[in-house]
Design a protein around this ligand. Sequence first.
Ligand code: M6R
Length: 361
Amino acid sequence: DMGGHDTYMHKEIHEQADAVDRVLRGRIDDRFSTVHLGGLNLDAREARQIRRVKILGCGTSYHAGMIGAQMIEELARIPADAEPASEFRYRNAVVDPDTLYIAVSQSGETYDVLAAVQELKRKGARVLGVVNVVGSAIAREADGGVYVHAGPEVCVVSTKCFTNTTVAFALLALHLGRTRDLSVRDGKRIIEGLRKLPAQITEMLEQEEHIKKLAEQYAEARSMLFIGRVRGYPVAREASLKLKEVSYIHAEAYPASELKHGPLALIEPALPTVAIVPDDDLLEKNRAALEEIKARSGRILAVAHQHQEKADETIVVPKNEDELDPILMGIPLQLLAYHTALALGRDIDKPRNLAKSVTVE
Ligand code: M6R
C-alpha cells in the first residue's frame, strides 16, 4: 500500500519525520544527558576500554557508517572509521581485541557484511549491529546493537533507513561520549538537536516543489559531481550513489579539498556540481571551492544552511548542531535523485540490475 504516493521511494522519503521520531522514542535520558540503548550489551567499563571503532557496511549503509564514524570521533573522541565490508573481509585485516566493530545493514542479510561479522566473531572480536530488520541474520550474529526502527523499506533504493541509521549512530556516539568524556553541557546540546530533527525534516520536505524544478533542469546532465568536506563528504557520497541508482546519470563524489588535485580539469558548463556547504568551521573553505568552480564556468547547486552567492541555486537546509548536520543534509538530495529519475521516466522502485538485498557474494 503506497498510501497515496506513486512510488515507495516517495512514500519512504515522506515517512522520515515519523521514522526519526521512532528511533528516538524512549531512549533519551534527560537526567544524565545521555541515551539508553537497551540491546547494546556493553557495560560502562567495557565502553571506556574501547580504543578504536571500525564500522563495516555496504552501499548506503557504508555511507551511513562514514557519518557514524565521524560522530563517534567527535562526541566520544574514539578513533573511528568506516570501510566497505566487502573490502574488509578480503584483505585479511588485523583484528584487534580493543577495537569495537560495528556492522551496519538495513536488511541485516547482506552477505558481505554477514561474512565479515562471522569472521570477526571467529577471531574473538566484539561486534555490534546497527540494523533495521529485527531478528535478521546480522542482528542475531552480533553481540548486541542498536535497532534503527525505520520501519519496512520496500524501495530498492534506501532513503529513510539511511536517515534513521545516521540518527542511531548519533545516539550511540552520544552514549559512548557520555560514558567517557563528553560534558553534560554537550550532551544536553546534542539531545536538544536530536529532538528538533522530526520538525526540521518536515520543514525540509516542504521544499519539494523547489527541488523538483531543479531536478527537471539537472536531468539533462550526462554526469554530475558531488563535493563536500569532512561532515559534508559522506553526504556527497550518498547523494552521488542515490542519483546513479535511480536516474542512471553518472555521478562522482569527491572531497572538495581534493578538487585542485585533479577533478578541476573536468569543470565546464556541461558538468554541474552539487556542493554540500554546512555552516560550520569549514564554511569559508567551501566557499573558496565554489569560487574555483565558478571561475571555470561550472554550474553549481549548493545544499547549504544559508543562501550561497557563488552558487547558481541553493537549497537551504535547517541548521542543527554541527555534529548532527549530515542527518538533514541528505534529505533534499534524496528528493533531487527522485525527481531527476521521475523526469527521466525511470523505474524508481526497481532500478535495473539491482536487488533490495544482496545475499550472495
Ligand atoms: O541491507 P543493507 O543495508 O545491508 O544493504 C546494503 C546495500 O546493498 C544497499 O545500501 C544498497 O547500496 C542500496 N541499493 C542503496 O540504495
